[in-house]
Design a binder for this molecule. Structure first.
Ligand SMILES: *[C@@H]1O[C@H](CO)[C@@H](O)[C@H](O)[C@H]1NC(C)=O
Ligand SMILES: *[C@@H]1O[C@H](CO)[C@@H](O)[C@H](O)[C@H]1NC(C)=O
Ligand SMILES: *[C@@H]1O[C@H](CO)[C@@H](O)[C@H](O)[C@H]1NC(C)=O
Ligand SMILES: *[C@@H]1O[C@H](CO)[C@@H](O)[C@H](O)[C@H]1NC(C)=O
Length: 609
């Protein structure tokens, strides 16, 4: 894929530059009242037909939709064991795994909100394993060099690696309820499994066929004992055939045959010929899950360092059990809650509170981080997400862009940000607006090639190294953009728990994704950042400069998402919620690893006593 992407990239750069110039220099005046319709020149990159001009700002309607979707989700809450088991059977087509009652009791004792959808990720991850022989999964689990052993109710890591021991600690909080098993962990930051779509599809069909509600009389609740069986020794572990390659060439095979990644249509981002990505509506993210998908937007290789040039990469196309803290939608790892909240590291947790009250915050965006996100070097850094973000939040840069429109790095970065609908006043004073509303910078350039005097010759002119800001002080700012690093962003949970508003762009999935709702609990952002200025303008507004009109903001809406997100995170992202997630996950994993898996089930609620 990277070959294709590169060709496409070079083919479209001139087009991007021209488009950027058109956009920037020939934007027609907008009417002064807000909300605005998209300017005429935008109509090619604007998804709504010109006959259908939005009468409310697109973000207003996205927020409204999210409220509805969230109420609908919550209406599915169950309040007793029998209804939870019934919701389980309806959603999964099987009996719950044995141990479901103790799982339920523990969950209830921690006031866990019972909505079956909150555990969807477990089933997305584990379903294909039903197609593999149970003893094969066990052999593959044992063969992994980094495992957490659960034995006699205790949990133990077999290495001293930091994250690994923290996972063992997290699992240890529920291991007394769990049968013996071996949990193989991914030692790397990056996800590693990319099984071809056809293989997974075949496995999913087999799983579908194997689904049934076993007759109550045949159901058993005794799990296989991993540590008392010699027969397994004879099963050979799968040869995972790891491929050490930093290219993403194996991604297309893991995508649906009709996907953009597979058909090599390549650019689907709307900058080339006027189409917009399917996940966007009127310039903003309307389908967050889809916005994180690489299969439908292979052009993200131009905008994301971890796709362009991952720091480390070692891929297998075999389905083997491997637990990790994050993955891309296209990967086949089994997600565990990320270990950060269980560590005491202040980069990921803000121990000194969750921030000052909304009304006393600086109405600015703050971001600090290192220039990581992959292996950057002199010719690829401008395709890195963090570099791009720091670039387009730099007002000085925007002024230079206007003065030197032939600089293709500047224009391509700049143009992308400018495609969201902006009021005339903001457009006219964009550089000032961006300078004033952003406090963003790198704390370390992580340079690949240093000059003799220790400077980073290819980044020094473009980026200043600025002092870091402890997380608790970042919460003095209203807006918290959250950008991926070498893999997912470990600070996201702390951002959600804060009184500030997270603005999230990512290509990664985490365990909690089905319980968080975009535009209700956080603000989603496209991975190209095309919508960033539009998001800031909508929420924050613009006081105007000189004789320009002021652009009203939606401060109450921002405050509400920040506080709804915080309240919700305090209910569903607690350590207890992670424990309960891991508990359910490992019951399911133990079952699918069991030779007798088709008869293992919790049926007590169906028996009459
Ligand atoms: C250009 O737009 C058409 C739809 O108008 C779409 O089918 C085609 O895939 C687009 N081309 C690219 C390269 O995105
Ligand atoms: C988001 O896109 C996916 C994939 O196309 C689709 O299955 C899903 O229904 C969409 N979700 C919403 C809320 O539109
Ligand atoms: C370091 O060296 C680079 C290239 O050799 C030069 O451009 C830069 O000005 C130097 N920086 C300092 C602080 O001397
Ligand atoms: C902003 O851009 C200017 C001009 O390129 C650069 O000198 C400055 O270091 C940048 N600021 C930051 C915080 O990176």
């Amino acid at each position: 894929m990277s070959g294709n992407i590169r060709r496409i990239r070079w083919a479209i750069l001139p087009a991007l530059t021209i488009a950027a110039l058109l956009l920037y220099f020939s934007l027609p005046p907008l009417p002064d009242s807000f909300p605005k319709s998209p300017p005429e020149k935008h109509s090619e990159t604007w998804s709504s037909p010109s006959s259908h001009r939005p009468t409310t700002h697109p973000i207003t309607s996205l927020i409204h939709d999210a409220e509805d979707a969230f109420s609908h989700l919550l209406s599915k809450e169950t309040h007793d064991l029998a209804s939870a088991a019934e919701a389980y059977r309806k959603a999964r087509g099987r009996h719950p795994p044995p141990g479901f009652d103790s799982w339920y009791d523990l969950a209830k004792s921690h006031d866990v909100i019972m909505v079956e959808e909150f555990w969807d990720q477990i089933y997305d991850d584990l379903r294909p394993f039903w197609a593999l022989p149970a003893n094969q999964i066990r052999a593959d689990a044992r063969a992994n060099n980094m495992v957490v052993n659960i034995k006699g109710g205790e949990s133990e890591a077999n290495t001293g690696w930091f994250w690994h021991t923290i996972w063992a600690k997290m699992i240890g909080t529920v291991s007394k309820y769990l049968p013996d098993m071996v949990v193989p962990c991914n030692a790397m930051d990056e996800p590693r499994l990319l099984v071809p779509w056809e293989t997974i599809n075949d496995y999913m069909q087999k799983e579908q066929q194997s689904r049934r509600l076993t007759a109550t009389a045949d159901a058993t609740d005794v799990y296989h004992n991993w540590h008392k069986d010699d027969e397994d020794e004879s099963v050979e572990a799968t040869n995972a055939d790891w491929k050490e390659s930093s290219s993403m060439s194996l991604v297309p095979e893991a995508c649906h045959p009709d996907s953009n990644a597979r058909t090599s249509v390549g650019v689907s981002d709307g900058f080339e010929n006027g189409t917009v990505p399917e996940h966007m509506r009127d310039g903003f993210v309307a389908n967050y899950t889809l916005s994180t998908s690489l299969c439908h937007q292979p052009d993200l290789a131009m905008y994301h360092g971890a796709i362009n040039q991952p720091l480390t990469a070692s891929w297998s196309q075999k389905l083997i059990p491997l637990f990790g803290g994050s993955k891309m939608g296209v990967n086949n790892e089994i997600l565990l809650p990320a270990p950060m909240p269980w560590s005491e590291d202040e980069r990921f947790n803000a121990d000194e509170g969750t921030g000052i009250s909304w009304d006393t915050k600086e109405k600015q965006a703050v971001w600090r981080g290192t220039a990581t996100g992959g292996r950057h070097h002199p010719t690829n850094w401008h395709q890195f997400h963090r570099h791009r973000f720091v670039y387009l939040t730099n007002g000085t840069k925007l002024r230079i862009t206007a003065g030197d429109p032939h600089d293709k790095i500047l224009t391509s970065n700049f143009m992308h940000a400018a495609t969201s609908p902006l009021a005339r006043a903001t457009q006219d004073h964009l550089a000032e607006y961006v300078s004033y509303t952003n406090d963003v910078g790198f704390t370390d350039l992580f340079c690949d090639e240093l000059s003799e005097n220790g400077s980073c010759w290819y980044l020094d002119n473009d980026y200043a190294v600025v002092p870091g800001i402890p997380m608790s002080q970042q919460f003095n700012y209203a807006y918290l953009p959250d950008i991926d690093g070498n893999s997912f962003s470990g600070r996201y949970r702390a951002f959600l728990l804060s009184t500030s508003l997270p603005i999230k762009a990512t290509i990664y999935r985490e365990w909690h994704d089905s319980r968080l709702m975009a535009w209700k609990h956080f603000v989603p952002m496209d991975n190209r950042f095309t919508d960033y200025y539009g998001i800031l303008e909508y929420f924050r507004g613009f006081e105007g400069l000189g004789d320009s009109e002021a652009v009203p903001g939606h401060d109450e809406a921002a405050k509400k998402i920040a506080s709804d997100g915080k309240d919700w995170a305090e209910k569903v992202l607690r350590k207890e919620d992670m424990q309960i997630y891991v508990f359910r996950l490992l019951l399911e994993y133990a079952r699918v690893c069991d030779d007798n898996r088709n008869n293992l089930g919790f049926v007590r609620d169906l028996k009459r006593d």
